[in-house]
Design a protein around this ligand. Structure first.
Ligand SMILES: *Cc1c(COP(=O)(O)O)cnc(C)c1O
Length: 385
């Protein structure tokens, strides 16, 4: 039988045609006409003050920390259960990430945990839309306002999700998007900052191109104004090749998300009576972008055993995401027990827009069998499958 991969990027003829246009234009590098058009498209989609296209979401988070002038000695509270890019970003500028535990039911950062961690050195909060599910921004914004902190939304996985009727990617003063191949819209690698304050956007755009403006623009002006390097910048530009692909992908987001939603609904229905796992919980005031589909296994289940059984049948799976505070790089002395538990028990199963109903049925049947073969409970009871 065919393999069923965990992820599969939906890139096709339209994207190829867009790339061909860039080749013909002679400007494949960053901050050219495609990049500008993408930024305009994102700015409009999010009703934002500015949108800055960059090389990836890690760079977007780094630029956000620089724009907020985060410095050594500062603390930034970060959601713990996530790909640990937020904590990396805090460390890039020499500051200290403080890890906030997450809600048991959603895996998103727990606003009470955040409130409890605010101290004299705290300058901001980075919340994460966990594998595509928005965090509690009403509560988080209130905490930020009460203490004069910045709030960043890591919406890397959440393009297309909503919270209380608003688009993920526009739920905080700065949002960072990812267009990595595992996300809902992709150019292979890519990212963006979506900001309310145009000054933050201008700061990020400038630093993303070695601290000077667009080289493409400079070639268009009359005369010979020579830009000066007044601060150390970075090369975090998104190529115009990637920007052209993303212009198509952003337009297709509704169609691609529709398919992911159908897969999620089918999983939820087929697993409804399964006692050895819990399917994701989506609170009524928000919608999920389904970047990943994480099931939480019963404590009696040997997750590695389940994964081995699934992979032996060509079914992709993964541990889910990370408990950041447990990663050695951060030398954290804190405890986030909920995040640590989800890190132990979650399992990511295939989720992408190309999955067929038949493949979803096969995944569910294989997971059910693997759960019984790898649960201490059913093994003790005789392992009835
Ligand atoms: C994927 C991801 C990132 C990193 O995105 P890149 O574009 O690969 O840098 C950051 N944050 C979260 C929550 C992610 O899932």
């Amino acid at each position: 039988m065919d393999n069923i991969p965990l992820v599969h990027a939906s890139l096709g003829k339209q994207e190829l045609a867009a790339v061909a246009e860039v080749f013909a234009s002679g400007w494949p590098s960053g901050q050219g006409p495609q990049g500008k058009a993408l930024e305009a498209q994102l700015k409009q989609r999010y009703g934002a003050g500015d949108a800055v296209a960059v090389s990836n979401c890690g760079a977007a988070l780094h630029l956000a920390m620089l724009a907020f002038r985060v410095k050594p000695g500062d603390e930034v509270i970060v959601a713990d259960y996530t790909f640990p890019a937020p904590a990396h970003a805090v460390r890039y500028v020499g500051a200290t990430p403080v890890f906030a535990d997450v809600r048991t039911d959603t895996g998103t950062v727990d606003p009470q945990a955040v409130a409890d961690l605010v101290g004299p050195r705290t300058v901001g909060i980075i919340a994460v839309d966990t594998v595509g599910l928005p965090a509690d921004y009403t509560e988080l914004q209130a905490i930020a306002d009460r203490h004069g902190l910045f709030l960043v939304e890591d919406a890397a996985c959440a393009v297309g999700a909503t919270y209380q009727g608003r688009e993920a990617g526009a739920l905080a003063e700065v949002a960072c998007l990812s267009f990595h191949g595992r996300k809902g819209a992709t150019s292979g690698e890519g990212g963006a900052l979506i900001v309310t304050d145009p000054a933050i956007g201008a700061d990020a755009r400038q630093r993303s191109s070695f601290g000077i403006g667009s080289i493409y623009d400079q070639a268009q002006v009359i005369g010979l104004p020579i830009p000066r390097f007044t601060e150390i910048g970075y090369n975090f530009k998104l190529s115009d090749i990637a920007a052209a692909i993303l212009r198509v992908q952003i337009d297709r987001i509704g169609e691609l998300l529709e398919r992911r939603r159908a897969v999620a609904a089918q999983y939820a229905e087929l697993f409804a009576d399964e006692e050895l796992l819990a399917v994701p919980h989506v609170p009524l005031d928000r919608t999920h972008a389904w970047q990943s589909y994480l099931v939480t296994l019963d404590p009696t289940v040997d997750r590695a055993g389940v994964a081995t059984d699934l992979r032996a049948q060509g079914i992709g799976c993964l541990h889910g995401t990370w408990a950041s505070h447990l990663q050695p790089a951060f030398e954290a002395r804190q405890k986030c027990p909920v995040s640590a538990d989800l890190f132990q028990r979650n399992l990511g199963i295939p989720m992408h827009a190309e999955l067929t109903e038949n493949q979803v049925e096969r995944v569910v049947a294989a997971v059910r069998t693997a759960l019984r073969a790898n649960s201490a409970h059913t093994r003790v009871l005789g392992g009835a499958a």
